[in-house]
Design a protein around this ligand. Structure first.
Ligand code: NAD
Length: 449
């Protein structure tokens, strides 16, 4: 099937590359002509594991192409994936203006029937509005639009793997033919009939993904409900950590034990600096806003959001207690990305920490394996290093803000000889407190003594 993808960000690029790898002809377009030129030149504008391999392979098989001309992409495809951003507005509601712009373009350019697939995360009922808008904007009464909601559950850092090996594919439809088309698009993935770049062809046996067919509004709600529940779990673990600190308990022993109950599960129970990124904070806000707009008070989600916002303040308190005076101190920040294995710094808690330190007059020396160039543009007052040991040189304290594997396996013996003071404040609970003390460090983390 001829497919097009509108929006070449994290989701659009992974969607386009993986569907081309699965055998479809895909053309990707973006409003950012520079990004399209970069992609046409064979450069990958974001860091995402395995994406370079999939893009190169799709390029070689000539299944994937890029164009800055959205009209060309729209006219040449039967199915269009909308993957544009849906950032939060001031009031927490989702800003759907990019979706609206795309609807206008599709309506103006379409000369034949189009299956319009909403992959961006949007509040429930957006798909219904989108269908209405497509018809209203179209000047050609002959062209028929079908709208499908196909929320994306990939996680940055493991996005290619998640797309090719999903645990479920949700399609919200209004008619059987749309469900059949989506099944055809995803068939190679459902039947594992593609060359897997992650496992180099031989994927481990696992339960095949299920394709769940729902209504459009249910599909949209599933995505918000899923992210909000995960955010809730993280905030729960963080409040537990605060409680453990007061009571002298160890949050990791507690979360490990409760997580072994299969009804709870061990994932997303890690205490620390909390969640950031382009999805959880905004999806949580949008879900609360959506609920309020129909008279439902989603109080528990508001609490989860409040707890998360307070994490940086709590961390700052730990830093202040340890350093006494922050002004004039040299502080090494390990990690700027909102989580490991991505260069994405959008709504990163690490950046909030850096801003708080700068506000207090600290000299911030930061490092990150992938996010430096993005951070440099946003926070020019920071001194940046590729090598974490360089960032740690002469530091009065090391602050761990992102859970990169490279920081888990850092040689603290060596780091200790470089630092001005052996002090580590760990926002991601990466190390054993006992081991750090053995190495002569003052060590503080969340919910552990
Ligand atoms: N990033 C994730 O992990 C993730 C996971 C699941 C779902 N989502 C959702 O997917 C959507 C996209 O997220 P993202 O992280 O890929 O965003 P992004 O900001 O990385 O990418 C969006 C892209 O859309 C382009 N764009 C905006 N308006 C356009 C227009 N009118 N025409 C063409 N291109 C346009 C932008 O230039 C940008 O390149 C969001 O709704 C997000 O919530 C994101």
């Amino acid at each position: 099937m001829h497919l097009s993808v509108i929006g070449c960000g994290y989701v659009g690029l992974v969607t386009g590359a993986c569907l081309a790898e699965a055998g479809h002809d895909v053309v990707c377009t973006d409003i950012d002509a520079q990004r399209i030129a970069q992609l046409q030149a064979g450069n990958v504008p974001i860091y995402e594991r395995h994406l370079d391999k999939v893009l190169a392979s799709a390029r070689q098989s000539q299944k994937l192409s890029y164009t800055a001309d959205a009209g060309e992409a729209i006219r040449g495809s039967e199915a269009i994936f909308i993957c544009v951003g849906t950032p939060p507005k001031q009031n927490g509601d989702a800003d759907l203006s990019a979706i609206d712009n795309v609807a206008r373009q599709i309506a103006a350019e379409a000369r034949s029937p189009k299956l319009v697939i909403e992959k961006s995360t949007v509040p429930a009922r957006t798909g219904l509005e989108l269908r209405r808008a497509l018809t209203a904007y179209s000047r050609n009464n002959e062209v028929r639009f079908r709208v499908v909601s196909n929320p994306e559950f990939l996680r940055e850092g493991t996005a290619v793997e998640d797309f090719l090996h999903p645990d479920r594919i949700v399609v919200g439809v209004e008619d059987d033919s749309s469900a059949a088309d989506l099944r055809a698009i995803y068939r190679p993935i459902l039947e594992r009939n593609f060359h897997c770049p992650v496992h180099n062809g031989t994927c481990p046996p696992e339960r095949p993904a299920e394709l769940l067919v729902t209504t459009i509004s249910s599909a949209e709600l599933i995505k918000h409900a899923s992210n909000s529940f995960l955010a809730l779990k993280i905030s729960y673990a963080n409040v537990l950590a605060d409680l453990c600190e007061k009571l002298g308990a160890d949050v990791e022993q507690v979360t490990h034990a409760i997580g072994l109950d299969p009804r709870i599960g061990t994932q997303f129970l890690r205490a620390g600096l909390g969640f950031g990124g382009f999805c959880f904070p905004k999806d949580l806000q949008a879900f609360v806003h959506l609920a309020a707009s129909v008279g439902v008070d989603f109080d528990i989600l508001k609490a989860a959001e409040r707890v998360n916002k307070e994490r940086v303040g709590r961390f700052r308190e730990k830093v202040r207690r340890a350093l006494w005076v922050i002004k004039g101190k040299r502080v090494a920040v390990l990690g700027l990305a909102f989580k490991a294995n991505t260069d994405d710094i959008r709504f990163s808690q690490a950046l909030e920490v850096v801003k708080a330190l700068l506000e207090e007059g600290a000299h911030v020396h930061a490092t990150d394996p992938e996010a430096l160039s993005k951070a440099k543009m946003l926070l020019p007052a920071v001194t940046y290093y590729e090598d974490p040991y360089d960032a740690l040189r002469e530091a009065d304290a090391a602050l761990v803000c992102t859970e990169w594997q490279a920081y888990r396996s850092l040689d603290w013996q060596r780091a200790g000889t470089l630092m001005a003071r052996r002090l580590v404040i760990d926002g991601r609970n990466l190390y054993s407190p006992a081991r750090m003390r053995e190495l002569g460090f003052e060590y503080y983390s969340f919910g552990r003594e």
